[in-house]
Design a protein around this ligand. Structure first.
Ligand code: 4AD
Ligand code: MG
Length: 455
């Protein structure tokens, strides 16, 4: 029976059982009359030790197995004599499945820089660090689904190809079948109108929430944002819940609960992988994560946040002023130095927020919220939506938007409109928060950033 290393090392396979284990050689050490192979199959951080004595018929394969080679081992689970592991395999048969040339295989056993590993993103998942990141990514994705499922949310799939720029920031990647450079008309294009990759599933998500009540999307999102920062990717995964008959406070509660749920899940269920980050990436990580669970997150209006920033003694690159979009340096100051915990800033001036946010009674601010966290800055952006048709139309007119393009969106306010709210959480940024990894390029297997489309 083929077994995963994680099951063997966690004592889920009885002693002396005959097993087959497949994996990649991390190291080989030869001694007199036998060899040790350390192999990893990706199922967990730890390697499994294989002991092969020279009397087995396939010993030649063992002697040829280089770092990086794939092997298949048939043998017995036995208690390990060595320190560090409870179980090892006494090999009866070793098959060298795929060799890795030691002269050219780039992942020889030593520490490599993140920059170098980005250049070999096709191989980096075989290192301890990236294996841990991608296992954590998988588990936390499923934890997000569990969170919503437990609360009665439906998972909906919103389109990836769309005609509407939800955020109005002009960051849509164009989708076209017209030949490059040709002076063709948009009517001749595949859809007969301008099309792009979605920057958010929100607008379509709202339509589903106004039918199913509580929904969420979790899918790839694209932004042609030419900012080469450690927090922006051109392709990232966003989680976007939307709730009907809900307001901004319900929205803040949901965002806070969701983050705490995933942090707790990671601490409880992914401890082995997280320990790597605590040791090598951010010493003290476990304390920082525990801290994210400790208190209720700070909530304050934007105007108050600006007051705190302007009266602080901190020298900012951009001077904080009412009416400006907060920079990462401001966001981080608020949660890292001032409040020392996550902060939800709400009620932003309408001038710096998109058309769909609900106008407050003061006529100047909208029911917006950004959730800011230490290390990362903005993790969540959301709002209560403008459900009043007349107010929405007026705002769209002020922003010179083409109403005809949004006839369907406006319909939802014509027929059975209801207060509703939702947010978007960047999944890569959540992983950065969980691991202490400081560059978004290192929490997604094949990052897409300006001038970078390898793999
Ligand atoms: O604040 P944003 O732009 O909000 C929206 O798109 C809303 N339509 C969401 C909603 O209300 N349904 O983006 C939401 C989050 C950000 O807080 C950030 O975490 C992440 O998406 N994000 C990015 N992550 C990585 N790379 C980028 N270029 C990102 N842009 C936004
Ligand atoms: Mg935002």
């Amino acid at each position: 029976m083929t077994q995963a290393i994680v099951d063997i090392l966690n004592s889920r396979i009885p002693e002396n059982d005959e097993v087959i284990v497949n994996g990649w050689v991390r190291t080989r050490r030869d001694a007199k009359g036998f060899s040790f192979l350390e192999i990893n199959d990706g199922s967990c951080l730890a390697n499994l030790q294989i002991v092969a004595v020279e009397s087995i018929p396939t010993y030649e394969a063992v002697k040829n197995a280089q770092t990086g080679a794939s092997v298949s081992i048939r043998g017995k689970v036995v208690a390990s004599q060595g320190k560090g592991q409870k179980w090892e395999i006494q090999a009866d048969e070793v098959t060298l499945v795929g060799q890795a040339d030691p002269e050219t295989y780039p992942l020889q056993k030593k520490r490599h820089s993140d920059e170098f590993l980005r250049e070999i993103a096709h191989l980096r998942a075989r290192t301890n660090k990236f294996g841990a990141i991608f296992r954590l990514r998988s588990r936390c994705s499923l934890a997000v689904h569990d969170f919503f499922k437990e609360r009665g949310f439906f998972y909906v799939h919103t389109p990836i190809i769309t005609g509407s720029d939800c955020e109005g920031a002009g960051e849509l990647f164009r989708v076209t079948t017209l030949p490059p450079g040709a002076a063709s008309k948009v009517e001749d294009d595949f859809f007969g109108k301008n099309a792009g990759l979605t920057v958010s599933g929100q607008l379509e998500g709202e339509m589903l929430a106004l039918a199913l009540g509580k929904i969420y999307t979790f899918g790839p999102t694209f932004r042609a944002e030419n900012s080469n920062t450690p927090r922006h990717a051109a392709e990232f995964w966003m989680i976007e819940p939307e709730m009907a008959f809900a307001d901004l406070h319900d929205n803040m509660d949901l965002a806070e609960d969701m983050i705490k749920y995933v942090v707790k899940f990671a601490l409880d269920q992914c401890r082995d992988d997280l320990s790597l980050f605590d040791k090598f990436v951010e010493p003290g990580l476990f304390d920082r994560l525990e801290n994210l669970l400790a208190d209720k997150y700070e909530r304050l209006p934007y105007s108050q946040a600006i007051d705190i920033l302007s009266s602080s003694k901190k020298k900012f690159e951009y001077e904080p002023k009412y009416g400006m979009d907060m920079q990462t340096e401001h966001e981080r100051y608020l949660c890292e130095e001032h409040f020392k915990k996550p902060v939800i800033v709400h009620d932003y001036p309408s001038s710096i927020k998109p058309f769909y946010m609900r106008l407050s009674d003061d006529g100047k601010t909208v029911a917006a919220m950004d959730l800011l966290v230490p290390k990362v800055g903005e993790l969540v952006g959301g709002s209560q939506r403008e459900e009043r048709l007349d107010v929405l139309i007026q705002r769209m007119a002020e922003m010179e938007m083409c109403m005809d393009d949004y006839w369907w969106y406006l319909d939802s306010r014509r027929f059975g409109t209801a207060p509703h709210a939702g947010f978007g959480l960047g999944f890569e940024r959540l992983l950065m928060l969980l691991t202490g990894v400081s560059n978004i390029r290192d929490v997604i297997p094949f990052p897409r950033t300006p001038k970078n489309l390898e793999f």
